[in-house]
Design a protein around this ligand. Sequence first.
Ligand SMILES: Cc1cc2nc3c(=O)[nH]c(=O)nc-3n(C[C@H](O)[C@H](O)[C@H](O)COP(=O)(O)OP(=O)(O)OC[C@H]3O[C@@H](n4cnc5c(N)ncnc54)[C@H](O)[C@@H]3O)c2cc1C
Length: 420
Amino acid sequence: MMSGRGKEIYYIAIAGAGASGLAACIEARKHTDCARIVVLEKNDKPAKKLYATGNGRCNLLNKDATFLDYSCAGNYSAREYAESVFERRSPERLRSMFEDIGIELVEEEGGRLYPASFQASSVVKALNQAAFSEINGKSPVLINNFELVSVRVIMGGIFELESADGRVVHACRLILAGGGKAGIQYGSDGRCLKIAESLGHSVIKPIPALVGINCDVDESLAGTRARALARLYRRRDAAELPIAQSPGEVQFQKGYISGICVMDISGKCRFEEGSSYSLSLDFMPDLHEAELELKLEDRFKKFGSFFLDALLPAKLATMLESRSDGDAEKLARLIKDLRYEVKGTLGWPDAQLTSGGVALNEIKIATMESLKVKDLYFAGEMLDMDGPCGGYNLSWAFATGSIAGECAAMSLRSTREYKG
Ligand SMILES: Cc1cc2nc3c(=O)[nH]c(=O)nc-3n(C[C@H](O)[C@H](O)[C@H](O)COP(=O)(O)OP(=O)(O)OC[C@H]3O[C@@H](n4cnc5c(N)ncnc54)[C@H](O)[C@@H]3O)c2cc1C
């Protein structure tokens, strides 16, 4: 089928050649004429962000991922959406999807799966090859340096897609896979969220997640690492409640605290009117405060001034001791609840995830199709779903991309335009 101006109308256009867009392309080409799929990428090549994932090693999946690991910022439960996605694309199925394209996986602590090469570049190569290689002289079309700026639905329900430099592409189906705003330097800058809004979708305010939390860190601690249970408290109308917690290693930096456990709870810092947050670090979560106090007194009797040094990193021990004025009860309280007022978080360049995004209650989650605009699909980080560090967010991107690609392609089969 050709458009009025003699240009081809693609069956499927995929906006964004990141993790979810490439997964969508790989799946869509299995079910339709691949030469009629077009992938539009803003950068000069696909998947720039993927090279940076997992510190260059790409923690691409988590073998234990379930709906319980995910949360949403919108006022609905993550459960029904995440459960539906992982029922269709279980971790085992995602794993075999990668094995099918030549990526052997190895497991590290916490179910984290990495390519056997431990190089993100091998994942990018495999995804590119699977998405764009020729079969019988045909392949999907990749257009790099195409920054999508607007989408219009024109006559016959065709999508008209325009780039920043005025090029126009037409397609029967559109999969928006342009990411959120995290790691903004790699390409995703929230533009596709604006496009979703322009098409009538509600977008939950995007905020940086999986990122360090800004607070007044004692200068002496900069560079110190310690094991702790990190807890986030929200204060609203004079009531204070713990809203998230995660155990792990915290890292004190100048002006902020990071470490995976702190990053995992950072996306809950939504500064809405009347709410403020504090970060509590518990360095001995296995002991009650009273038990700890007795233990400290006992150790002081036995070991004198050395009593705290073997329990905590030296700089942290010194800081806590100096704040407690030699009072064991005060020291135990500080060790159990070192409190920092949250001033905000680091910004988009440091964030690994976007919290918020396209509201899930406006999406048919079984197919990833919009409930507002026919033949429009969504995938990946654009959607309002957050997972913790550990391969959960790439799992979501690959799973939703693959479902969107399959469902967009399958939906074409019953249409007049479809020629195989
Ligand atoms: C430094 C870093 C490390 C991370 N490490 C991990 C990890 O180890 N494991 C894990 O599970 N997750 C990790 N993440 C998170 C994970 O990378 C993302 O959740 C995932 O890449 C999201 O996939 P996506 O396809 O939705 O979006 P993206 O990967 O952001 O891809 C979106 C694509 O769309 C393109 N695009 C954007 N706007 C437009 C437009 N207007 N027109 C055309 N193209 C456009 C972008 O250039 C990009 O190529 C990490 C993130 C960062 C920043």
